[in-house]
Each structure stands twice: as C-alpha cells, then as structure tokens.
Write a protein that binds this ligand. Structure first.
Ligand SMILES: [Zn+2]
Length: 177
C-alpha cells in the first residue's frame, strides 16, 4: 500500500523566527539557505503534518487529560510526585547532603516593582562601571577568565610568601628566578 501523501501543517505563525534565521543565513553567506527560507516565508508553518493535519507545535499530539477521571489521575500523580520530591529533600537534609532545602525561604515574597527597578539600576551601574574599567585596562585584561585571575593571584601570594620567609627560591619550587 502506498503511504498517504505528506502534508504540511500550514498553521498561521509569526514570521519573526523565520526572519531571524534568514538574517543568520545571510550573515554567514549561505545563499542557498536564504533562498530556501525566503521561499518558505509565507507566514505559515512548514512543519510536517501529523495524521490530524497539524504539526506537533500547532495542535497535534497531546490534548492532556480529556475526562474527569483522567484529570483526577493527573492531579494525583502530580501530588504524589511532589510528595516524593519533598520526602527525598528531607532525607538529604537529614543526611547532611544538603544544608537546606532548595528554593527560596519559607515565607519569602516576590520583590516589588520598585525593588526590582532599584536592582536593575544597580546592575546597570555595575555594568557601566565595568565598561569604564575595560576602557581603562584594555580589553585583554578585562577578558581574563576567572581561573586565570585566581591563578595569577595565587602566584602573587606565593611570591609574597617566598619573600616574607626569606627562603631561597629553589627550595620553594617557585618558578620565578
Ligand atoms: Zn505547525
């Protein structure tokens, strides 16, 4: 028997994602990809249709529970899973594997819009400060990784210690002659 002809989903979609992919293809010079994407830029989903005529993003596959029993089973499973998780967390805390349960503290609350705005301002300030530092120190230093910074700090400390104890450098294994 011949397989049924393949259909596309054809659901109406936002074009922004496709536009982004076209831009990316353009900037890497992939002319064939740009042409293909432009051909598909008709505001419709080009995903292959499932047997119901739509793709998995546009109405295919899961409907979730459809009956009252199914809904109840879903909730029961959800609550049971949550209980298992909390039991496990309690176990790990009791065993000392975790020092506390993950997540924010009991009784904490969402930050107010004002608090969030203040935090954003602070972040912006720090960013501006960092940018100023980059301009001052030059790009190379600012782009040093944390590991490298730590290594260099450790090396400086070692040199300091060598100097303080007055030991000959050979005895300490210091690389600096
Ligand atoms: Zn689709």
């Amino acid at each position: 028997m011949r397989p049924p002809p393949k259909r596309r989903c054809r659901a109406r979609i936002s074009r922004s994602r496709l536009r982004k992919r076209i831009g990316a293809a353009q900037s890497r010079g992939d002319v064939a990809a740009v042409k293909r994407l432009l051909r598909n830029d008709d505001g419709r989903c080009w995903g292959w249709a499932l047997p119901n005529g739509l793709c998995r993003y546009h109405g295919g596959l899961s409907t979730g529970p459809r009956t009252e029993d199914g809904r109840q089973a879903s909730y029961t499973a959800r609550d049971a899973g949550r209980a298992r998780y909390h039991a496990r967390v309690r176990e790990l805390v009791a065993a000392g594997v975790l020092d506390k349960a993950p997540g924010r503290p009991l009784g904490s609350r969402n930050r107010t819009p004002e608090e969030r705005a203040a935090m954003a301002r602070e972040r912006e300030e720090r960013r501006a400060q960092r940018q100023a530092m980059v301009a001052l120190n030059g790009v190379r230093k600012a782009h040093k990784g944390r590991g490298q910074q730590r290594e260099e700090a450790a090396e400086m400390q070692r040199r300091h210690d060598v100097f303080q104890t007055g030991q000959p450098r050979e005895a300490t294994g210091c690389a600096i002659r």
